[in-house]
Design a protein around this ligand. Structure first.
Ligand code: SF4
Length: 435
């Protein structure tokens, strides 16, 4: 079989990164091997994200650039996948007729059939079905992911937060069955993974084979060679007893969690349809820290949601101080077509959003720097992942997802080694390997 080049450009979340890896696995049996640029590629896939404003426009301008490559190689197949593919559908063919295939996040397993159809009959091919058995149709074989692997266990969302497109682009909550997840985890570890991050839009709503996430974590933590487990992205409303117990008692479950709260104001939480109050959030944090005192947190924030007053914003600042987040992902609210938030009257002016976002990010950066400085002198286990920017240096991750750079050789890669921290910076640590 002649080898063909496949270039995938991935936008957005870890779920998209996982899906891109699986798209490579889907196309590999048909002779496609991944390459790093669109020039000279036989197939190009844009795996898109719809989470922020202008997301779709960015995709169309990228398609314009890819078109120039297709003009040089008429046989090139261009496919749009992911959430913009799902949201825009046939509109993509109308605006960019040189695109051959459009698939959604729940139907990319059908890519080979769609490519075959286009090659046989020319024209366009599209599949936006929410196919529940997507995972059953994916090849068992998947490429190694290195020392830190990601594994999708749950997809879709039933929460309908008023700012979010995910329930519309990824469909209803769906959980994979435990035996399939376990097999994939074993394979990841056999291929060199020391760490696995379990993924889902609402990962702690997982209910595959009638298990919950706490039970699943306990189960896969028995895999020999697996040293670290993380999960992303949880919802405060789906925290449960078995999951608390894993945080308290399972040393393989890392003492760092990104738990999105979005706002610190009860009024805005209600408008966002988050269905919990700020005190419920504090209770979760305190509950975990009750028996896991070294636990640290990060969170997602939307600044400037419609109707947000100065007091609502101050409530968000106050919540961030009280939890003491050591990292944070904060964005200005951007109206998403088709979501209730986009039709709300009291949209916040851009200049107010900008001013508040700056203040908020300054606060979280200050907390992150203070925490990183407080690590100086401590000995922390670090999972080394790859060579650092400068020769003779290797970079890895602490249990708190801090980037840690040390002097050392490639023999460190894939190892978890103790590091005495000698420097704490805004986004990273420096140190010396002690063992
Ligand atoms: S929980 Fe809310 S923000 Fe998260 S994916 Fe679902 S609708 Fe979107």
């Amino acid at each position: 079989m002649t080898k063909k080049k496949l270039y995938i450009k991935t936008y957005g979340c870890q779920m998209n990164i996982y899906d891109s890896l699986r798209m490579e696995d889907v196309m590999r049996p048909f002779g496609y091997e991944s390459c790093n640029e669109p020039a000279g590629a036989d197939m190009v896939i844009l795996n898109t994200c719809h989470i922020r404003e202008k997301a779709a426009e960015k995709v169309y301008s990228e398609l314009g650039r890819i078109k120039r490559e297709k003009d040089k190689n008429k046989k090139m197949i261009i496919a749009v996948a992911g959430c913009v593919g799902q949201a825009e559908g046939d509109e993509i063919f109308r605006r960019a007729p040189y695109v051959d295939v459009v698939v959604g996040p729940q139907s990319y397993q059908s890519l080979p059939d769609l490519v075959g159809k286009v090659q046989r009959e020319s024209g366009h091919a599209i599949n936006l079905e929410f196919e529940d058995d997507k995972f059953d149709q994916l090849p068992e074989e998947h490429a190694p992911q290195g020392v830190s692997g990601i594994l999708s266990i749950q997809e879709g969302c039933d929460k309908f937060c008023t700012f979010c497109v995910v329930p519309y682009t990824r469909g209803a909550e769906y959980s994979r069955d435990v035996p399939a997840i376990y097999r994939e985890a074993i394979k990841l570890v056999a291929n060199g993974a020391k760490e696995i991050t379990l993924l889902g839009q609402n990962v702690n709503a997982f209910h595959g084979s009638d298990w919950n996430l706490g039970q699943l974590i306990e189960h896969i933590s028995k895999i020999e060679g697996l040293e670290r487990i993380r999960y992303s992205t949880p919802h405060p409303r789906d925290m449960h007893e078995d999951l608390y117990k894993q945080h308290w008692n399972n040393p393989k479950l890392m003492p760092f969690l990104n738990l999105p709260v979005q706002s610190g104001s009860n009024r805005i939480l209600e408008k966002m349809n988050r269905k919990h109050k700020r005190d419920d959030y504090f209770k979760i944090i305190d509950r975990i820290r009750e028996k896991r005192t070294d636990m640290q947190f990060s969170s997602d924030f939307i600044i400037g949601f419609p109707g947000e007053t100065d007091q609502d914003f101050e409530d968000t600042m106050d919540l961030a101080r009280r939890v003491g987040f050591v990292q944070g992902y904060s964005f200005k609210y951007s109206p998403r077509p088709g979501t209730p938030g986009a039709d709300m009257d009291d949209q916040v002016p851009e200049e107010v959003k900008n001013e508040r976002l700056q203040r908020f990010q300054a606060l979280v950066n200050e907390q992150q720097l203070a925490y990183n400085k407080s690590c100086i002198g401590k000995v922390m286990p670090v999972l080394f992942e790859k060579p650092a920017k400068y020769a003779g240096q290797i970079v890895g991750r602490s249990e708190y997802m801090q980037s840690v750079t040390v002097e050392g050789g490639e023999e460190l890669i894939g190892r978890i080694a103790d590091v005495e921290v000698t420097a704490g910076r805004g986004n990273s640590l420096g140190g010396v390997v002690t063992d």
